[in-house]
Design a protein around this ligand. Sequence first.
Ligand code: SAM
Ligand code: SF4
Length: 361
Amino acid sequence: MDDAGVRVVTAVPVTIGVRFAVVSDAPGSGPLVDRFGRVHRDLRVSLTDRCSLRCTYCMPEQGNEWLAKTSILTLDEIERIARVAAAAGITTFRLTGGEPLLRADIVDVVGRLARIEGKAGPVQIAMTTNGIRLREFLPDLIDAGLARLNISIDTLRRDRFRELTRRDRLDDVRDGIAAASESGLRPLKLNAVAMRDVNDDELVDLVEFAVAHDAQLRFIEQMPLDAGHTWSRERMVTREEILSALSARWRLTPVPGRGGAPAETWILDDGPHRVGVIASVTAPFCGDCDRLRLTADGQLRNCLFSTTEFDLLPILRGGSDELDRDLDAMMRACILRKLPGHAIDDPAFLQPARGMNAIGG
Ligand code: SAM
Ligand code: SF4
């Protein structure tokens, strides 16, 4: 029996770390609290590792090892996990990937999850997408219950976009953003990873583009999650550099009360528009992290940078009589093993074997 009150019966080393199989005895009540008192309310659900783009900071150009199709969670399995998570206090499901819009049943996924009632009422469904084909799906997604959208766009220049994503799809992304802006779904957020000598001369332009679409731009510090393992701290664009570039154009007033949100936010001049910075590397917010992650192949992760995963597939597909209890126990075991922080600065830091597309950003 370990500190989670959960009996770990196997610990099988695999390429991505260690997978635990759990045979219950978990407390199974109350919120999902870790050893540091962090209450978990947000589940990031990766729906696929496939993508219509190949962003250099996320995926290799070629030769990606895709997750086995048979291991990808079905809609019924995702819903089952989500119901257990909501009963344990998860209030937001953020659908991500890979590219969530590549999933053929995406509208049903949103619809089925949006109907789940947690202890505090209906859950909220959010999505992070690259925006490609969003115009086509958006009305059905909103009808199904989608409440929040984040769309990623790192550059407004076609040649750069092609180089960065290895696909010539900037017009499709812009069209998706235009559709989201027209839809009235708010707040609308646009994500951009700031990169030296790639888009660091476009920071002001990106914010202006967001403002023109009544959206909030959020700059993300690049994290060591690229498939090529080429990240270096020296080359990344920091929060300070981003703020300094923006300060030359706007007066930035910090917005207090961030809570567990990853982004720090500033009001631009007298408002109402805002800009955010997600400084995962130079100003980590691990102390307030309320996020748990589910990969498309049924692995629970307690951190983006985790090298340990908790495998829900044997529980889901093993014919358990107490399926919900066992899923709940695995969630609690996963959370109780969460470390205080990601330790990117630790010399012993190990980048996870999975690329960001297979973890779910
Ligand atoms: N395909 C969708 C998209 O791009 O929005 C959803 C998945 S993507 C992995 C989610 C977010 O993670 C995107 O905003 C992307 O820019 C960000 N991301 C991916 N790799 C990253 C890295 N190495 N560092 C920082 N952010 C990263
Ligand atoms: Fe695809 Fe999103 Fe990764 Fe880009 S960041 S390759 S759009 S999953």
